[in-house]
Design a protein around this ligand. Structure first.
Ligand code: ATP
Ligand code: MG
Length: 423
């Protein structure tokens, strides 16, 4: 299958926005056995989008565009495609009803402009948007003169939270029905944290050698604070090969594998706490609420997450958590002693089963020889007692927050699974 992705938007050309759709769509397609042949990004002006589609027609079996389906004057993909293909636009009553209901349930007045999103090119199938108003569109395009290949054109909205579920739930099944894979494919992503990618490869690479000779493809995808191990095989024994590889990886790194495929560490933690009917509270200093943010992104977090304090200034560490002034004076706020007292104070004040504290030096200033920028202390108080760990995360502030929160969540995950490890 020849697949082309066309990402549209002026913001991509001006460098205001990273083209993450290209990566995300390629990842999704590859996970399901499809390899994208070409990806391009273009300005959302008329000639660029039309040129890109015209060029793709005749070569591609499947063309996916992103962006420009919204209601504003710069959202022109729908009109430009209709114009290019000589298809009339007609108002789709189901889309109109969806848009009206979307605003009604949010108790917002429906601006007149949004109705243009109910305009559908002749012959296009509507992909309803569960998280917004602009529907996606899918249409069959006959082979242009001089070519033999008809193409399937899929247009997706720009916002990631609209595009992603629409692609997973509606577009993937459509692709799988239209372009069935000639050989079966099996894949599994195992998500690990706590080891860098070279260490991960060193640990499992040699053990997977013989399976690799039988066609197993192993990929490593490193992100701050985490490494994905991608296992993929094709052919009649694909499922068996991937299952055998998974067993080997889990045998070697099982304790560091927190989830599979799209699972997030915070989701796993919420699931584990929910199953055990246990609760969590947070006292964050340098992560500034990053942990609380991640946990509250998970549906159902309210069952287990009591709350979090962002105790940035010493006075709050003293008044809200009971950290002693003497501790702060002698050891500083970014210290093991402070992390221990924060976690212990938080647990006794909230009654949570687990209390996590974070305090450190995010930088770029404030470091010393003894405690360089990136030094952070995470405290964890449980029924068994309280402990603190020191880490060094010398990154920009945002990456620092993410990596630190990842370490704290992973420590919590390990502790929930094996509480006896706490002294
Ligand atoms: P809307 O109804 O929001 O206008 P749309 O379908 O018209 O949606 P765009 O206006 O092109 O889509 O983009 C909406 C937002 O989606 C952009 O502001 C940007 O934040 C995000 N976005 C668009 N394209 C990409 C991309 N290729 N990669 C990452 N984000 C993108
Ligand atoms: Mg738009």
């Amino acid at each position: 299958v020849h697949i082309q992705i066309i990402n549209t938007g002026r913001e991509l050309m001006l460098g205001w926005r990273l083209n993450t759709h290209a990566q995300w769509l390629c990842q999704q397609l590859f996970q399901h056995g499809y390899i994208v042949s070409r990806q391009i990004a273009v300005d959302d002006s008329g000639p660029s989008i039309q040129d890109a589609i015209r060029e793709a027609l005749g070569r591609a079996d499947l063309i996916i565009t992103t962006g420009g389906l919204g209601p504003t004057s710069d959202d022109r993909t729908r009109d430009l495609v209709a114009d290019l293909l000589g298809r009339a636009l007609r108002q789709d009553p189901a889309v109109l009803a969806h848009i009206t209901a979307y605003f009604a349930t949010r108790k917002r007045t429906c601006p007149a402009g949004v109705h243009v999103q109910a305009q559908v090119p002749e012959g296009a199938r509507v992909l309803l948007n569960a998280h917004g108003t602009a529907p996606g569109l899918a249409m069959e395009i006959p082979a242009p003169t001089g070519h033999t290949r008809p193409a399937c054109l899929v247009m997706l909205p720009g916002p990631p939270r609209e595009l992603q579920p629409m692609f997973r739930n509606q577009v993937l099944p459509l692709i799988q029905a239209q372009f069935p894979l000639s050989t079966p494919l099996a894949s599994q992503i195992l998500r690990s944290t706590g080891l860098g990618e070279s260490m991960v490869e060193e640990a499992i690479g040699p053990l997977l050698q013989s399976l690799a000779q039988e066609g197993l493809e192993v990929g490593y995808c490193a992100r701050p604070g985490e490494v994905d191990i991608q296992l993929l095989a094709r052919g009649a024994s694909a499922e068996k090969t991937v299952a055998a590889a998974e067993q080997i990886v889990r045998g070697r790194l099982g304790h560091l594998i927190f989830g599979t495929n799209d699972e997030l560490l915070e989701e796993v933690v919420v699931r584990l706490l929910t199953a055990r009917r246990q609760t969590l509270a947070l006292a964050e200093s340098c992560t500034g609420g990053c942990l609380a943010h991640r946990l509250t992104n998970v549906p159902g977090a309210s069952q287990v997450f009591l709350g979090g304090l962002v105790t940035y200034h010493n006075s709050l560490k003293e008044n809200f958590l009971g950290v002693r002034a003497e501790t702060l004076r002698h050891h500083g706020a970014a210290s093991e002693s402070a992390a221990l007292e924060m976690a212990a104070g938080l647990r006794s004040r909230t009654g949570a089963d687990y209390a996590i504290s974070v305090t450190g030096i995010a930088g770029p200033s404030g470091g010393s020889a003894e405690k360089p920028v990136g030094t952070v202390f995470v405290g964890l108080a449980t029924a068994q007692g309280v402990q603190a760990r020191q880490q060094l995360n010398p990154f920009d502030r945002e990456t620092f927050k993410h990596v630190t929160s990842q370490q704290a969540l992973e420590w919590l995950r390990q502790t929930i699974l094996q509480p006896a490890q706490m002294s």
